[in-house]
Design a protein around this ligand. Structure first.
Ligand code: FAD
Length: 426
């Protein structure tokens, strides 16, 4: 091994985890962690939850105190953007003009918010239109979250609904505009989406579905939105607008360097890219899921962390396949939602628990196979659901719906394929 460092581009959950896990796994050389952001690396989930709600101070959202990086011998280069990669020379060019050589390179560049099309935005810059990805974004939004103001949230996905929940609680008048026929349409069954819409409406949020944002009305200065115009002809007055309409993976660096990219930097089960000296992890990657037998790109903290540990192992010559069961969480009001698996392709949804008591789980099945589950205020269900999904377990739907049968009893026995018809075995 040469004396060149391990360079990690991006210091979100994935990049930070690679840096410390690589040190723990035995990487002896220098480690340089580069972030274009100026802040000490921080947790993103609180940005649409406790941090924006003012319940969490900024120093409690940092991922690790500065002393941890120092102790682990990780050189943190904040406020530095990697502009390009020269794979032949094995070096990266930084925004300040300097170049750094690498022994191994890790791309943990995450993603950026999908923006409204230019046809909606018009030419100029406005002061009260926001997207939410970074701490700086959250601070800008926070400064405009003033009780009595009208906030329009564009997009009824998880980030949009979390924002709506905290803003209505803070005393704003909130309207969510969703282009689909219901909220959370891309990720949940109708019953779960309808439950969430009902909870939001009861809290005072206006939810408008099938509303495609077409443009903005500006004040006379041209610097502030005063209303959001939809293609239906409806106009929604607004003092601030936040759009949560998805993520674009930051893959340009990889593409320009000639790595294989397809809506994500393509990596194998060891998080290797098409260049053996370069690895990638987190929201910016796409990989083949053995569990679902298709290529996927995930946007979640557990994915970023687990895949980062695989990168660290690979860097140190250890074999650690990455094919974890995808999971994610969302906090809105008193509702702790935890989701596991990918539900697309399901043909029935089985409910356990009680919607009216705000405690239930929805299991997504294809045939008898448990593809995914959404659990609301039911942490014990989540733990078993994770095992059912990870084992591609096959269950009797009526057992799943029966509260008298423990979920644990539906788990396949270790070392044995799932029993499809218990009566046949007798
Ligand atoms: C508001 C919000 C709420 C969320 N809530 C949840 C939740 O409840 N649960 C959950 O599981 N997930 C949640 N997520 C998603 C989760 O935060 C992401 O999946 C996770 O942060 C991905 O980590 P990452 O390290 O891959 O990417 P990122 O966190 O995006 O980090 C990438 C970093 O790389 C930097 N970078 C990019 N290009 C360069 C370059 N060329 N040079 C230098 N630096 C560069 C970026 O500036 C960024 O700091 C939420 C995300 C947001 C925005």
């Amino acid at each position: 091994m040469s004396n060149n460092p391990l360079i990690i581009v991006g210091a979100g959950h994935a990049g930070v985890e690679v840096s410390v896990a690589a040190r723990e796994a035995g990487w002896n050389g220098e480690i340089v962690l580069i972030s274009e952001e100026k802040h000490l690396p921080y947790h993103r989930p609180p940005l649409s939850k406790s941090y924006l709600a003012g319940e969490t101070a900024v120093d409690t959202v940092v991922l690790k105190p500065a002393s941890i990086y120092e102790r682990a011998g990780i050189r943190l280069l904040l406020g530095n953007r990697v502009e390009s990669i020269d794979r032949a020379a094995r070096n990266v060019a930084l925004s300040g003009g300097s170049e750094l050589r690498y022994e191994r390179l890790v791309l943990a560049t995450g993603g950026r918010p999908r923006t409204l099309p230019i046809s909606v935005l018009g030419a100029g810059q406005v002061r009260n239109l926001h997207y939410l990805r970074t701490l700086d974004d959250a601070n800008r939004i926070k400064s405009q979250l003033i009780p009595g103001r009208r906030m329009v949230v564009v997009g009824g996905g998880y980030v949009g609904l979390e924002l709506a929940a905290l803003a209505v609680k803070a005393g704003l008048m909130v309207t969510v505009l969703e282009a689909a026929e219901r909220v959370l349409a891309r990720v949940t069954a109708q019953v779960v989406g309808d439950f969430y819409a009902k909870v939001h409406r009861a809290a005072g949020v206006t939810i408008e579905t099938s509303q495609q944002v077409e443009g903005f009305e500006l004040d006379s200065s041209g610097a502030n939105i005063v209303a959001v115009r939809c293609s239906s002809g409806d106009l929604f007055p607004a003092d601030l607008v936040v759009a949560g309409i998805g993520l674009v993976p930051n893959t340009e660096l990889a593409s320009a360097a000639g790595l294989t990219v397809a809506d994500g930097v393509l990596v194998d089960e060891f998080a290797r890219t098409s260049d053996p000296a370069i690895y990638a992890t987190g929201d910016c990657t796409r990989y083949f899921s053995q569990l679902y037998q298709r290529s996927i790109r995930l946007e979640s903290v557990p994915n970023a962390l687990e895949q980062a540990r695989t990168v660290a192992a690979s860097l140190c010559g250890k074999q650690r396949r990455y094919d974890s069961v995808p999971w994610f969480w969302s906090d809105q009001y008193d509702l702790k939602l935890k989701m596991v698996g990918l539900s697309s392709g399901y043909d029935q949804v089985i409910l356990r628990g009680d919607l009216s008591e705000r405690s239930f789980s929805a299991f997504y099945l294809r045939g008898r196979r448990v593809l995914a589950a959404d659990t609301v205020n039911r942490a014990p269900d989540f733990l078993v659901a994770k095992q059912l999904v990870g084992a591609a377990a096959e269950v009797d739907p009526s057992d799943l719906a029966n509260p008298a049968i423990s979920l644990r009893d539906l788990l396949p026995s270790p070392g044995r394929p799932p029993v499809q018809q218990p009566s046949v075995a007798r």
